[in-house]
Design a protein around this ligand. Sequence first.
Ligand code: SAM
Length: 228
Amino acid sequence: MQTVLSKRLAAVAEFVPQGARLLDVGSDHAYLPIALMEEGKIDFAIAGEVVKGPYESAVHNVAGAGLADKIVVRLADGLAAFEASDKVTTITICGMGGGLIADILAAGVEKLASVDRLILQPNNREDELRAWLMNNGFKLVTEEIVTENDKFYEIMVVEHGQMTLSETDLRFGPFLNQEKSAVFKARWQRELKKLEIALPHVPENRVDDRAAISQKMTAIKEAINESK
Ligand code: SAM
């Protein structure tokens, strides 16, 4: 039976180039490499996992799909899951915090020289991840935002290159903020509501905290075109 990906992982899969040699870091169940293989989009992948339980689940699923000769499952921390001889061209890192994704990239940054594309799906701290990419010789080539089960997920497609991002770009994403999709607006509307509820609870004497919240609210209103 064909593996059906969640909307979030299906959106990530769309950005994997045909014929890529894939490393999926933090693969857990290994659904992403399995589905890409079944689709015929790739014919070599490494599913990397640092925790034994998910690693075993990946081994089980890959064997169950009859793909053990094409998907190598490795118990490894981050980018330690691949060697130059694997000729990995694309790396996916999904479903983790943006800070952790940046730490994983930083810990093996020299190995990324031979990799063409990163597809990153942080669950939070997207701004921190964008800043790391900008400061380490990477550029965003596109971004997407999807919603599933009442959560919002940003996907960053990244290649080697230079980019300069403003504070606004770091927070909202240059492509996402340009496109201003309905999902993007809904995500930031929700954040704005949270801040509107929080502000009256911050004591009057905490001037800096109040100013920071107000500044964030103003930036969000501008991003979703509700500043007037
Ligand atoms: N990538 C899958 C997805 O998006 O559905 C699974 C996401 S799951 C929430 C995060 C996985 O990353 C966990 O299985 C965790 O063990 C793994 N992980 C966390 N840090 C890791 C690291 N440094 N190296 C490899 N795997 C890691």
